[in-house]
Design a protein around this ligand. Structure first.
Ligand SMILES: [Zn+2]
Ligand SMILES: [Zn+2]
Ligand SMILES: [Zn+2]
Length: 152
């Protein structure tokens, strides 16, 4: 029963098997939740799968990252955000409103090439988040600063 030509390949099950791990309902549910949420902290995943306790969610996210199915980045000061590992892109995060914009990974090509040439440093761009102020917040700040008297 090793050949099932009619069944679609299940990348999650086969990846788990390669690492000597079993497919479990928890692993499938956590994977589905991250897929749906796009970026998800452990707390957000736990909210999406209330039948699985938080400790199991944490452990499952770690296992799925170790076997290369998930990757994480940091979109704020708190917990890391997990996403599908194949989805390689760069994140812009606004300090003020916490909005997240996904940009193509080639945005960092010039930086990565410079770091490699000058520092022999290899940029881990899937872990790379650019923090700053989005256009909306910059406009609001400029507007507020132009008023006399701080209302806060
Ligand atoms: Zn990290
Ligand atoms: Zn903003
Ligand atoms: Zn993203």
């Amino acid at each position: 029963m090793t050949r099932q030509p009619d069944a679609p390949p299940d990348p999650l099950a086969s990846r788990l098997r390669e690492h000597g791990l079993r497919m479990t309902p928890q692993r499938r549910r956590v994977m589905a939740a991250v897929t749906q949420l796009v970026h998800a902290t452990p707390d957000q995943v736990a909210e999406a799968v209330p039948e699985i306790d938080l400790t199991t969610v944490y452990r499952t996210l770690e296992v799925l990252e170790q076997i290369g199915l998930l990757a994480h980045t940091h979109l704020g000061h708190g917990a890391p955000s997990y996403r599908l590992a194949g989805d390689d892109h760069v994140h812009l995060v606004c300090h003020s409103c916490s909005s997240v914009v996904d940009l193509p990974a080639d945005l960092t090509d010039a930086l990565a090439a410079k770091l490699l040439a000058e520092q022999q440093f290899r940029l881990d761009r899937s872990h790379f988040t650019v923090f700053g102020t989005c256009a909306d917040c910059a406009a609001r700040t400029t507007h507020a600063a132009s008023k006399t008297g701080d209302s806060r």
